[in-house]
Design a protein around this ligand. Structure first.
Ligand code: ZN
Length: 133
């Protein structure tokens, strides 16, 4: 079980990484402000969107991304079965994400001997910025 306190740190680490990525792009275009950030987040990152929004707000206070809108698109997770070799799509509820569930069952043979093949990544897809002129 992941405690709530650890959970907040998990989202905060992601929020900081997202900010760093967005900032790098923004600086390349000489932005004075980041107004929107578009994210694609795998469900198996166990990221809770509401917590991520809060963390992002905290992480960006006093920066050029302060007040930026976060657009979060969740992408489903996928596992591959080590027993039958088939793929299953998995979806987590918010309570599963908060509980930090790590064990997934194959939908074809019910084996729990599975590996995650998709859904453990978070990407910054796009950002919107304002420039000096
Ligand atoms: Zn299987």
């Amino acid at each position: 079980m992941i405690k709530r306190g650890d959970k907040d740190i998990h989202e905060f680490a992601f929020a900081s990484a997202i900010y760093q990525t967005a900032l790098k792009t923004a600086l390349r275009y000489k932005a004075i402000k980041i107004t929107e950030v578009f994210l694609e987040i795998g469900e198996l990152t166990l990221i809770v969107p509401d917590l991520l929004r809060q963390s992002f707000k905290m992480a960006t206070t006093g920066t050029i991304a302060e007040g930026a809108n976060l657009h979060i698109e969740m992408t489903p997770g996928e596992i591959v079965c080590n027993k039958c070799g088939k793929y299953s799509t998995i979806s987590l509820s918010e309570s599963d994400a908060l509980a930090g569930i790590q064990l997934f069952k194959c939908k074809h043979c019910e084996s729990t001997d599975t590996s995650i093949s998709k859904g453990k990544k978070a990407n910054v897809k796009n950002i919107k910025i304002e420039t000096e002129d």
